[in-house]
Every structure is written in structure tokens, then in C-alpha cells.
Design a protein around this ligand. Structure first.
Ligand code: SF4
Ligand code: SF4
Length: 481
């Protein structure tokens, strides 16, 4: 039996490497078909065919005597070395982003004024009633908003004619959306849960902060939270005054908000990709509404759970927010803020809605994380390019209330919502971080989280595989379209 030469060994090694790449690419093709991404699937198949052809060529040339030592060995070693160096540069952890590791405080460059909830578009639309003294006082102080808000009210509110983009066919999706939005009012009245020690037979269990944190996070996940973290409550992110009114408590409008709870538990609820993928059509707003419903369900039970342990807690969900969710989520280590102003998490990208529970239960706070979002966004800009109302900045960050960050134009964004009758979600759909976490995407995410060159490579691959302006997908059968 002939013994193997160095060339034989090199040939086998490169064949094993290429075989591994082909298997991964075929897995990607299969995942793309499942995700209804035919372009990505076809490109992956083409890459596989090219690799097979290259392998066949190498095999043919080898047997034709082309790779003769030492020149053949040299070619293989150079190619292998270049591949190894490339992999090393894509896999190693590159320098962290120190600003991001400070959490939302990393954006502060001046004096930050607490945000007044009355100025938020939802509050203006729902809680400032024409003809009242509140109306007169508010628009005297904000004259530039009166026309915009009057027009929005005349058009039917934030969503205008709900589901307008798919009417008259998709009335069932509007019905599903309204059904989901009808759930949160059943929860959390009043939203603050006070200590109830009867459960423990008048003995407060007083768990250690470590145990309490593990239990609270575990319970939140068990209830359906996709990811959960804890931060110390930062008074800067607490609304200064109440603007959203529910349960007819009109006396609350304009009241100063104080949160005495030192801890905030923040969690994100996943929005299913197959629904988000239809944005800006009605299935995506059904998913938003369902997420708000799930968030109310989870946060209310979490607050009640803490009260039963003998501590006080307040659920923050769509019927009651005391603080801004994105800064709290960034501080709790759930992810980073993207160019479009949404939170981007490692586990689910931006396909989330955020909720919180504030409490005096002693907990262990998490740290902000650097997952590479800010660096990725500095190259990407896909959301800005695809936004139908051009509300997302393509350029540098701006000064906003004592912070320097990307800031979307909420007024033009909401104007588009009113036009289509949904909450749009196009930016969420096209964001490269939004892909469902199938195996190939999990591999890509683990690389872009740690390496800046991988971010650039996979951004350009995203453009090639999914297009510069990806189109909405068909909805699941039950949701029509
Ligand atoms: S929700 Fe739509 S309109 Fe608003 S910023 Fe995103 S893409 Fe633009
Ligand atoms: S689409 Fe690109 S620029 Fe926009 S948030 Fe996502 S990663 Fe950042």
C-alpha cells in the first residue's frame, strides 16, 4: 500500500474544510427557505455549487499532476494560511466600546431634563381633551403642536383608520389587534402592589439579593419574557409628569411622578418574526398588540409575586408607565439602542416590546452590555434607507435633551402610522439584527457581537442575501394577505 504524501494530507484537509463550509451553507439555504427568503436560499445553493466545482477542479488538477511538490505544497500552505488568518481576524474579540458600557448615561453630554409624559404623542392624542382647561394650558405652552394634534385627532388618532393599508380585506386582522389591545385593561388596577405578607404566614421570607434576583428573573422567563435584567432605578429616566390617563383618573394628568423603588426589573417580550416580516401590513400590528398584552400579563404577575414576598412593586405596561423603557433596558444590560431608537437585544434583535417592574425588593443589578450595535449601525443605515417616511437619520448623532444620539423624527413616523393604520414596523423588519435565531443566524450574531470586522462583512452579506430594500413577506395563512 502506497504511503500518503504531504500533498495527499493537504488535499484532504482543505477538502474537509470546504465540506464544512458547504454543510453550513446548505443549512443556511434550508433555514432561508423556512424563513421564506428565496433569494438568500438560491444564493446559498449557488455558493455550494461553486464550491463543489472548485473542489472538483482541485481534484482534477491534482491528478493531472498540477500540484507537484514543492510548488503545490506552497500553494496549499499559502491558501490555508490566508484562510486561517482571515478566520482569526473574524473570531477574535476586538476592542470594547467604552461609551456603551456606561449604559444610557454614556449618551449624556449636557443637562438632561426629565421627559414630561404629556408631550409624548400617545398622551397628547388620548389624554388632552379639546375644550378643557388642560387643553388650553398645554397648547399655550406648546403652540407648534396644536395643528398637528388636531389633524391627528380628526384623522382618527395615532392609527388613523386602523388597518387602512389592508382594508377592506383584512378586517379580521384589525379585529385581532383590537382583541389583543383589550387585554391590558384587565390587569393592574391599581398598578402598584403593596406588601402582602399573609402568603408567608406573617413571615417575610427576606431572600438574599442573589436569590431574589434569580427567582424574579426565573419567574419572568417562565411567564414568557424573552430576556430580563435588573438596574438601579435612575431618576433621570422617570417621567417628570403624568400624561397618559387610564381608568378615567383624570386628576392624575400633570401630576409629578416619583418612583421610590430603588430597583427596576426590565424584560423584553419577543415579537414573532413571521408576523413582523409582513410590516407595514396588519399582521405586524397584531403582533405588536399581542406583545403589549403579554407584557401586561407578565409584569402584573411579577409585581403581584413580589408583593406576596412582602415588598412593594409597580408594573409598567401599556396602561401605566412611570419611566422610559429604552434607557432602563440599556442600563439593565438587555442590549443597546439602535439608529432607529429601538432597543436591540442579542437574543431577539429589535423584535421586542419592553416592560418593567419597579420594586424595593433588594436585587443584584446587571451591567450595561456592548454587543456591537452602535458600531454596526454606524456602517449599516438600512432602517434609514427603508423608512417610508424618512424619519430615521442617515447621518451622525444629534444633541437631544442633553444627550448625543441618533433620534428619529417621531412626528413624521406617527404621521405614516396614521396613513397606513398600523404601527409600521418596517425599520424593525429590515434590521439585520431581526432575523429569526435559527442556527446560521446564531453563529453570525455570536461573531458580530465580538468582532468589528465581522460586523462589516456580515452587513455587506446581509445586503447581498436579503437586498438593500427587502420587501414585506406573506403573512401566515391564518392572518390572510
Ligand atoms: S416605524 Fe416606519 S415610519 Fe416609523 S421610523 Fe420605523 S420605518 Fe420609519
Ligand atoms: S437597520 Fe442597521 S442602522 Fe438601523 S438599527 Fe438596524 S443595524 Fe442599526
Amino acid at each position: 500500500m502506497e504511503s500518503w504524501t504531504v500533498m495527499d494530507v493537504l488535499l484532504i484537509l482543505q477538502a474537509v474544510l470546504v465540506f464544512g463550509v458547504i454543510v453550513f451553507t446548505l443549512g443556511f439555504a434550508a433555514a432561508s427557505l423556512k424563513e421564506r427568503e428565496p433569494r438568500a436560499a438560491w444564493l446559498a445553493v449557488v455558493i455550494c455549487l461553486v464550491l463543489v466545482a472548485v473542489e472538483a477542479g482541485i481534484y482534477f488538477l491534482y491528478h493531472a499532476g498540477f500540484f507537484i511538490a514543492p510548488a503545490g505544497i506552497f500553494i496549499f500552505l499559502v491558501a490555508g494560511g490566508a484562510t486561517g488568518v482571515g478566520i482569526f481576524f473574524l473570531v477574535r474579540r476586538t476592542d470594547p466600546n467604552p461609551g456603551v458600557l456606561k449604559g444610557f448615561e454614556g449618551y449624556i453630554t449636557g443637562d438632561v431634563k426629565r421627559f414630561d409624559e404629556r408631550e409624548q404623542a400617545f398622551a397628547r392624542d388620548r389624554a388632552i381633551r379639546p375644550g378643557t382647561d388642560d387643553y388650553r394650558v398645554f397648547y399655550q405652552a406648546h403652540p407648534h403642536l396644536e395643528q398637528v394634534d388636531a389633524k391627528r385627532r380628526d384623522a382618527g388618532g395615532i392609527l388613523g383608520t386602523p388597518g387602512a393599508i389592508d382594508r377592506p380585506r383584512e378586517i379580521p386582522n384589525v379585529s385581532a389587534m383590537l382583541a389583543a389591545f383589550s387585554i391590558p385593561p384587565h390587569f393592574g388596577r391599581p398598578e402598584s402592589y403593596h406588601p402582602d405578607i399573609q402568603t408567608a404566614g406573617n413571615h417575610r421570607p427576606d431572600p438574599s439579593p442573589e436569590e431574589a434576583t434569580a427567582r424574579v428573573k426565573g419567574f419572568a422567563r417562565h411567564l414568557g419574557a424573552g430576556t430580563v435584567g435588573v438596574t438601579r432605578t435612575n431618576p433621570l429616566w422617570v417621567y417628570s409628569r403624568r400624561g397618559e390617563i387610564f381608568y378615567d383618573r383624570w386628576e392624575q394628568w400633570g401630576k409629578e411622578i416619583t418612583v421610590k423603588h430603588p430597583y427596576t426589573i426590565v424584560f423584553a417580550v419577543e415579537m414573532e418574526w413571521e408576523m413582523v416580516a409582513t410590516a407595514p401590513h396588519t399582521p405586524s400590528v397584531v403582533e405588536s398588540a399581542l406583545s403589549y398584552s403579554r407584557g401586561a400579563w407578565i409584569s402584573t404577575q411579577l409585581a403581584a409575586y413580589i408583593a406576596n414576598l412582602g415588598y412593594s412593586a409597580t408594573a409598567n405596561h401599556s396602561r401605566h408607565y412611570d419611566l422610559l423603557m429604552v434607557p432602563a433596558a440599556v442600563d439593565a444590560g438587555l442590549g443597546e439602542m439602535g439608529r432607529f431608537g429601538y432597543l436591540i437585544t442579542r437574543q431577539l434583535g429589535p423584535r421586542v416590546r419592553i416592560f418593567a417592574v419597579t420594586t424595593d425588593l433588594p436585587l443584584v443589578a446587571d451591567h450595561p452590555v456592548d454587543i456591537g450595535v452602535e458600531d454596526f449601525c454606524s456602517v449599516c443605515k438600512k432602517c434609514a434607507r427603508c423608512c417610508p417616511s424618512m424619519s430615521i437619520p442617515e447621518g451622525d448623532k444629534n444633541e437631544v435633551n442633553g444627550t448625543t444620539r441618533w433620534k428619529l423624527n417621531a412626528e413624521t413616523c406617527f404621521a405614516y402610522w396614521a396613513k397606513v393604520g398600523t404601527d409600521c414596523n418596517v425599520c424593525m423588519r429590515v434590521c439585520p439584527w431581526s432575523h429569526p435565531r435559527t442556527f446560521p443566524h446564531r453563529v453570525v450574531i455570536s461573531l458580530i457581537v465580538r468582532n468589528k470586522w465581522a460586523r462589516r462583512l456580515f452587513f455587506y452579506m446581509d445586503e447581498i442575501f436579503y437586498g438593500k430594500k427587502p420587501r414585506p413577506k406573506a403573512a401566515p395563512k391564518w392572518a390572510g394577505l
